[in-house]
Design a protein around this ligand. Structure first.
Ligand code: CA
Length: 232
């Protein structure tokens, strides 16, 4: 890998952050450190990391809550670091969306091996680079995660971006509510059509100038949504 790995670590124990920084230096890893769940969530949204290391015992909120809220909008690989070693705790973390689980005290060799596995899985799930989408005044740069309407950049939230990208990857085809919910939020959210409607409304308010005559996103009533590939 030519660029260093971007890792967000959410951990209130400074000693552990120091240990990891010392074990994986700036040539290999660019570290972004947070001591609380709130701070960590913001870092993930802004730094677009390759991987997240998440402690469960945080000062402001439980790590599992942090994980669930991250999973509402991001599929970034998350490895949980924790002193809680009970079977039930591991199951809870994996159910909340963790990719893996390391019990403290851990060896750096073990953690590195788990990081490699998590990144390998993520790489398989996501193509390295994609051609940009461009049609009828809407363009999406998938590598830079940027969206433009008539040349002007539009700022979308991570979840809005994922929704629009999914529609663009299947431009012209109707994507069902269920498909979009499963792809963007996960299987547990398949029936949350109201949530989907709210987010689609927000995307439209940002990219459509006239909601009554949409240029880009067509509603297929009772079924789903379709991105219109050309202005019609
Ligand atoms: Ca802790």
């Amino acid at each position: 890998m030519t660029e260093p790995l971007r890792i967000v670590i959410i951990e209130d124990e400074a000693a552990i952050r120091r240990f990891l920084r010392a074990s994986m230096g700036p040539d290999e890893v660019e570290w972004f450190e947070a001591e609380s769940g709130g701070e960590g969530t913001r870092l993930i949204a802004h730094k677009n990391p390759h991987l997240v290391l998440l402690d469960l015992g945080l000062p402001d909120q439980d790590g599992l809550e942090v994980l669930r809220s991250i999973r509402e909008w991001s599929q970034v690989p998350v490895i949980v670091l924790t002193a809680r070693g009970k079977e039930r705790d591991k199951v809870l973390a994996l159910d909340a969306g963790a990719d893996d689980y390391v019990t403290k005290p851990f060896s750096i060799a073990e953690l590195l091996a788990r990081i490699r596995v998590a990144l390998r899985h993520a790489a398989r799930a996501m193509p390295a680079t994609e051609a940009a989408y461009e049609a009828g005044g809407l363009s999406i740069d998938f590598d830079a995660r940027q969206v433009f309407v008539d040349g002007e950049e539009v700022r979308l939230t991570p979840i809005e971006y994922r929704l629009l990208s999914e529609l663009a990857r299947h431009a012209g085809k109707v994507l069902t509510h269920r498909h979009l919910l499963r792809t963007v939020w996960g299987q547990a959210y398949e029936d949350s059509t109201h949530t989907l409607r709210v987010h689609m409304g927000s995307i439209r308010s940002k990219i459509e100038s006239d909601a009554a005559y949409p240029r880009f996103i067509r509603t297929e009533t009772g079924v789903g949504y379709r991105l219109i590939p050309e202005e019609s």
